[in-house]
Design a binder for this molecule. Structure first.
Ligand SMILES: Cc1ncc(COP(=O)(O)O)c(C=O)c1O
Length: 380
């Protein structure tokens, strides 16, 4: 469909084209010097000791779960209000996925209190997700993790460039995972990165990313190794040089892109709070610096979400929904399980368009569309 205002869009230009051409002309297409440079740049950007580029964030999350030692018989706690990949990554290891609720209608991140309620003697890890790039309550979560000796994995798919108390999201727990999917603040089409400050975890991730092998094709190409052993059941989660080249260029553009997102979000908040006070605007509290990956709103109780979205669609405005609660999916559904705040928010939540190159005019169309759709549905 040809949207007047799409939900998301990416900034790709001559810089990315040139970087990709250089890789093509170099004759070395898979993980090599360009990927190493991207990893070092990203590690420096977020302030992490180790960074491992992978083919997507789901792979990064899976590696994090494996490195945390999750396996059958274990449990790991994760919010239900997340993309299903967070839960799936736990499930891949054979561990049981245990869902926790979110903090409130204002803060859509996992609640430390709910996490603590879900802990059993089988719990081994907590996976948090920084919704829209807003920080989970990491001090409280780390205190719980320390008390019960649990690993903390951050699903920071939304959160590249975001921070809390000056420390990058993704570097608070034992491991953090970023996504570079085609609609993310930093995109390589498909791609992801796992970061950690822990040398032991880094050693595990390095091996597991490439079949459990002790050396890489790149090491052998450079003459640093001539053979290898296989010491664990690993995977092929490698990234290629083309995507790493795009990633390096995208990283340079990220601060400006995130700043523009923030500017647009502040305008949305001001306009909607003035013109549509019945709409809920989560993340009103001040906590850290968000990457403003998406802009969620909460419709007033009683408004039919799909009718509202249809009104905007008719004006060429694309909207979305983050997320259908994962504990409602058939694969994860358990008789009688309820997460009150997650369910209450999910019923009312709609995501409005947000991307750095969104024009002021496009934003005005969205605001006007929201105001008029709501007035019509409220029967004003
Ligand atoms: C919260 C969250 N976690 C995990 C993922 C998975 O990322 P990827 O598509 O890079 O595997 C996404 C991607 O959309 C996401 O939004």
């Amino acid at each position: 469909m040809d949207w007047r205002v799409p939900l998301a869009d990416v900034r790709l230009g001559e810089e990315e084209e040139k970087a990709v051409l250089e890789v093509l002309r170099s004759g070395w297409l898979t993980m090599g010097a360009v990927t190493q440079a991207f990893e070092q740049e990203l590690a420096a950007f977020v302030g992490a000791k180790h960074a491992f580029a992978v083919n997507n964030a789901t792979a990064a999350l899976h590696l994090a779960c494996l490195a945390a030692g999750l396996h059958e018989g274990d449990e790991a706690i994760v919010p239900s209000l997340t993309f299903v990949a967070s839960a799936n990554a736990i499930r891949y290891t054979g561990a049981k996925v245990v869902f926790a609720d979110i903090e409130s209608e204002d803060w859509l991140c996992v609640s430390p209190r709910s996490i603590e309620e879900k802990i059993t003697e089988r719990t081994k890890a907590i996976m948090v997700m920084h919704y829209a790039g807003f920080a989970c309550d990491m001090s409280a979560i780390l205190r719980i993790a320390e008390k019960y000796h649990l690993a903390v994995i951050e699903d920071a798919a939304h959160a590249i460039g975001a921070s809390l108390d000056g420390k990058a999201l993704g570097t608070w727990g034992d491991m953090g995972c970023y996504s570079f999917f085609g609609n993310k603040n930093l995109t390589t089409g498909e791609g992801g990165m796992l970061v950690t400050n822990n040398d032991l975890l880094a050693d595990k991730v390095r091996i597991l990313r490439s079949h459990g092998m002790t050396t890489l094709t790149w090491d052998r190409h450079q003459g640093h190794a001539s053979s290898y052993d296989v010491v664990d059941l690993g995977y092929n989660y490698r990234i290629d040089e083309i995507r790493s080249a795009i990633g390096s260029e995208q990283l340079k553009k990220l601060p400006a892109g995130n700043a523009r997102r923030d500017e647009l979000v502040q305008r949305y908040r001001q306009a909607l709070s003035e013109q549509c006070p019945a709409i809920g605007l989560p993340f009103g509290e001040k906590r850290g610096i968000s990457s403003q990956h998406i802009f969620p709103i909460l419709l007033p109780e009683g408004i039919e979400k799909e009718a509202f979205r249809e009104q905007l669609k008719q004006r060429g405005i694309q909207t979305s929904f983050h997320y259908p609660p994962a504990h409602h999916f058939r694969i994860y559904r358990q008789e009688g399980e309820t997460l009150l705040m997650t369910e209450r928010v999910a019923r009312r939540q709609v995501t409005l368009p947000l991307f750095p190159d969104m024009s002021d005019q496009q934003q005005e169309w969205v605001i006007e569309g929201v105001v008029e759709a709501l007035a019509r549905l409220l029967g004003d």
